[in-house]
Design a protein around this ligand. Structure first.
Ligand code: LMR
Length: 326
């Protein structure tokens, strides 16, 4: 039997954390044969729900779930974790933009960054799910300088999956057949789903067809989160949880798909200021690593969309820095 892996989830009792834990208990993160120790963290008032969640996970009788701990202390949650899902954040309600959450969540991610700095393993894999994803991840990285730079990531996989579904249904093919789709920038209304390089069934797609789909796709992906909130009264949970598990699973194990997209810390590529956590196409090459796809050219509308999402993240970063310094 393989070595046991420790996975922590913050905000565990919320809808997304709850759903993520079920996927992990079923072995969807590390795969068959890898036992898991789950650490569920949430705020003190949610303690009874944490305990009930542990009971439910035990009741799954999963052969891979060796142990479940619950805690309200981020240090206890992070100290042995190899993979951390940072879901805990103030949620977006109807009528709010993600950046309205910035002030409340910057403080949470500073605290979690400090806890990671104090007790975290430098090669722990961190995935920020709570909005505003990119800037929360930026704050986390800033306060956890011990964590390897490439290991602080944010969830763009939800936008990627939304785009993937849209494109596959336009082409009337299974999503598995679509590749080289890129999602750039902020998980917000400036996100840029980019079809310029897509392949369907391994073949490039005619430019005219891409342009025609792209017009609808961009607004579809940008508006989808708000549409779900409008109907459901709360943020996407099921799709966000699936996206989070897929992000981490592909990062850990690699994927047959040539490209997927993750928000990762820029080292200056594509004109994105150093340290900003930005959605880019990546190759998940297995053994816990990924490579950013570099060398993609931008002009015309693509260039404008890239610049707009960079500008939004620079302004969010400045705003968060102002709040944290105040
Ligand atoms: C989503 O995209 O559905 C979530 O991030 C919720 C939101 O705030 O849009």
């Amino acid at each position: 039997m393989a070595r046991r892996r420790v996975v922590a989830i913050t905000g565990a009792t919320g809808s997304i954390g709850y759903s993520i834990s079920a996927h992990i208990a079923r072995g969807e993160l590390y795969g068959d044969g890898v036992p898991v120790h789950m650490v569920l963290m949430d705020l003190e008032p949610h303690k009874p729900r944490l305990v009930s969640m542990r009971m439910e996970l035990e009741d799954c009788a999963s052969p891979l779930l060796e142990r479940v701990d619950v805690t309200t202390d981020p240090r206890a949650a992070f100290c042995d974790a190899e993979a951390v899902f940072l879901v805990g954040a103030a949620p977006r309600r109807a009528g709010m933009e993600r950046r309205d959450l910035l002030a409340r969540n910057a403080a949470i991610f500073r605290e979690h960054g400090q806890a990671m700095r104090d007790v975290g393993s430098c090669d722990a894999k961190l995935l920020v799910v709570g909005n505003p994803v990119n800037t929360n991840a930026y704050v986390l990285a800033r306060y956890a300088p011990n964590i390897q730079r490439e290991n602080v990531t944010g969830l763009l996989r939800l936008d990627y999956n939304r785009a993937l579904q849209y494109v596959s249904s336009c082409h009337n093919v299974n999503p598995r057949l679509v590749d080289r789709l890129a999602v750039w920038g902020n998980h917000s209304t400036t996100v840029f789903p980019d079809l310029r390089y897509i392949t369907v069934g391994g073949l490039p797609v005619q430019h005219a067809s891409v342009c025609c789909i792209e017009t609808g796709l961009v607004s579809h992906v940008r508006a989808r989160g708000a549409e779900v909130i409008g109907l459901r009264g709360s943020s996407s949970a099921l799709s966000a949880a699936v996206a989070a598990v897929e992000h981490m699973r592909d990062w850990i194990n690699g994927t047959e798909r040539e490209w997927t997209s993750m928000a990762v810390q820029s080292t200056g590529w594509y004109g994105v200021p150093d340290g900003i956590v930005f959605g880019v196409p990546v190759r998940c090459i297995g053994r816990g690593s990924y490579d950013v796809v570099t060398g993609i050219e931008f002009d015309g509308a693509a260039h404008d969309m890239l610049r707009a999402t960079i500008a939004e993240l620079v302004s969010e970063r400045n705003e968060a820095s102002g709040i944290l310094c105040a």
